[in-house]
Design a protein around this ligand. Sequence first.
Ligand SMILES: [Zn+2]
Ligand SMILES: [Zn+2]
Ligand SMILES: [Zn+2]
Length: 870
Amino acid sequence: MKKDKFLVLNSVKTHNLKNLNLKIPLRKLVFVKGPSGSGKSSLVFHTIFSESKRRFINSLPTDMKFFWDIPIKADVESISPVLPVWGLMQLNPIVGSRPNVGDLLSLSEQLQRLYLYNAREFCPKHHELLLNPFEVNLSSVFNLAKGNLHFFIEKENYQNFSDVLPSRVYHEGKIQSFLEEAPLWELARYKKSSFDKAFKEISQTLKSLAHLKSLTAIDSEDQKRKIQVDAGKSKKCPKCDYSGVDHWGPEIFSALNAHGACPTCKGHGYTLNLSKEKLVRDPRLSLKDGAFHLLNSAHFSSFQKVFIKEAQRLKFDISKKFEDIESKELWNFMLKGNNKFEGAEELFSYLEPYRYKRSTRIFIRSYQEEVLCLNCSGSRLHSRSKALGIFKRDSKFLSFSEVLTMNLSEIEKSIKDIVLPKEFKLLQKNILNLLKWTKQMGLGHLEVHRKAKSLSTSEYQRILLVKYLSFEGSDSLIVLDEPSIGLSAKEQNVLIDGLKALVEQGNSLIVVDHSEHMQSSADYIIEMGPGAGVLGGEVLYQGPLKKQKRTKRKVLKQDTPSFGEIAAKKIEIFPDQYRDISLKTERIHLVTGDSGTGKSLLFLRNIANTLKFELEGSLEFDNRPLKNFKIPKHLKRCYIFDTVISRYSSRSTVGSYLELAPYLRKYLSNLPQSKMLNLKDGHFSSNSELGQCSRCEGSGTVSFDMQFMEDMQLTCDDCQGKKLKSFLAEISDGHYKVWQYYKLSVQEVFEIIPTTPKAKRIVDFLEKFNLSHLALERPLSSLSGGEVLRVKLISQLMKGVFENSILFFENISFGLSSIELNIIIDFILELKQLGNTIVIIDNDPLFEPVADSQHIFTRNQDLTVSYFIK
Ligand SMILES: [Zn+2]
Ligand SMILES: [Zn+2]
Ligand SMILES: [Zn+2]
């Protein structure tokens, strides 16, 4: 077959793209660069990816199409050839509660397959293989045979087994050539010289034909004697009476099946337990002042009095800080109570009958935390599966449920070590290849049962990336969005090698990535620009990589005075490793290093969380504040800008979050047609019952509950995704229709509608941070991590200026070109000039020249982590 050399696109007009005709080389590593909003995603994802996927799905039979969300047709005249396409979009995932790391990697599925066909039953106590009387029986048949051995089964069973007639049968006490009416037909025969091989084959046959209860063996030297070989009958541990699982099949390896799932956690791997952190939210309060947070709630406030009385009687000091009197006895009393005070566990059981109310469920949940299930240790499987394992080289068993409690590098080691028949070597190799990439991408420490929703954005992205890097196919088109986010330089090099290997295999890669280090590995560059939105959408350059002059910044490191230091003694940095921490104020501290080394755990979830608590009295994360923090008096506030979206409603949009949408609604309700129909602002809001499409309740999509899988979103048929009632969506002011306004960029909307000084400030900030190309209706959940962070930053800037504050930025460089990042860096330098303290957790080297100190985390060969300050 002749292979096309180029992907040819004609007349592309998707979004802001200006009627582009493009030829993109195939089987090359192509990078697309340019400022944000210049049309990179419109070209790569909304045209090439989406159109290739649409054509692919349209080629499927109709009944299969139903299960796919068919992408909307892109505005392109032609695209050829149409290749199978795979895409990784950089989004903030909204993940259900069930999937774990193993599911995301499809690792659980592959291991399941490995175990289903290779597992053998053993005694969990003695680690001995359970012996089947049949196996004992069969080996004696072979041992005692004088001549060749023939195996027969009943005629009816034979016909289930094979369409080909046997050449021999057993009839009237002897082996004969084929005869229809004979009751026993021949399944196999073995010469005496091949008995070793025969034993294995026959046991396999018996095992694979579960319905087969027995075979008849005939010795060619003694044809009169029928030897019965039974398949069934219980097996047993040679050392005890353990007799294993009655019957097992695929279901026993699946946590999605009632037979296979752990009964304690119902196959979740985690259980919900009362959380001490949530029962006592501020350990600095005394019991008298309400440290037992549960009793401050309206439901239970009447129990506070008796609790205090009993606590006093039991000699707990009720006026001391909780953290100073915390003990096992105290917790026991708080949880279990005594004959006068019910205790938290009992109090919650009062609420059980009201669980049907959403508010009750939310209340209960607010005092619970997810804890690894004690029964299955997170494997999600019923204890039955503990007795099914595969032999390792040391002749020990490795059970499936044991594997599911390991981290990815331990699994890699174990899977290398198991003994498998030839036909499973390929599966083993594929699994090992997948695991090799997880290790190289710094994910080896992740336990396979880790919940997807507990992963950081960067870990989640890297997991998806690993799936691509371990892709074994060829002739596919793979498009990736910002695959380098959060990766250290070392990890970026691994990624580059992986991408090049995919090209070697014959795939075509189109990558959007802002990292100049990544771009320097490109075979071919497409540069979009010059500006964002209507000012972009053109191809400025395409061709091989040009030598680029790196935008060096002149560092104006002015030595402004530092007025204090944040200090803490003996902070646990890694398990059992303690360090003193000291951060000078009015300085820029840069935190860099390999991913998954605990940078964010230390600096965000611990240090920032504690500062937020000490300065503002509220916690940002669930973690308990650290003790003995020394904080200078002049420090007033703490701001945390991270890339996590989950704390916002999935319904938040750019327009609603930044409070820009009300301006548009006011404008629309003041149009003459609106006045005539007596329409209010709410009629133009998809969040108001007045305006929203009633079928999809204003979401624009209808979700299908796919049990155990993520819900599937399909465009709402009633409003075609316009979210509003049809007659409202179609109202026009002569420029645009209502629904179009919500899809226009902020910049375009506010060129038309009247603004106030406040709205103008927001729009100016959006422009400054390269976000004004976003549409008002764009959900925050669909933004990239860096975009979310910048939107949060603007929202905070609108509330006031930063003074005497400490600001934490996590991965603020995501998705920014170096020019854009320099604008942010200038902004950060301004913040420092104003007397603020800055902590930046980010691997982009552009931050290094402006940082006053650098905190570096590295992962060593043995997966241990070290931390030092430069
Ligand atoms: Zn035993
Ligand atoms: Zn469990
Ligand atoms: Zn609708």
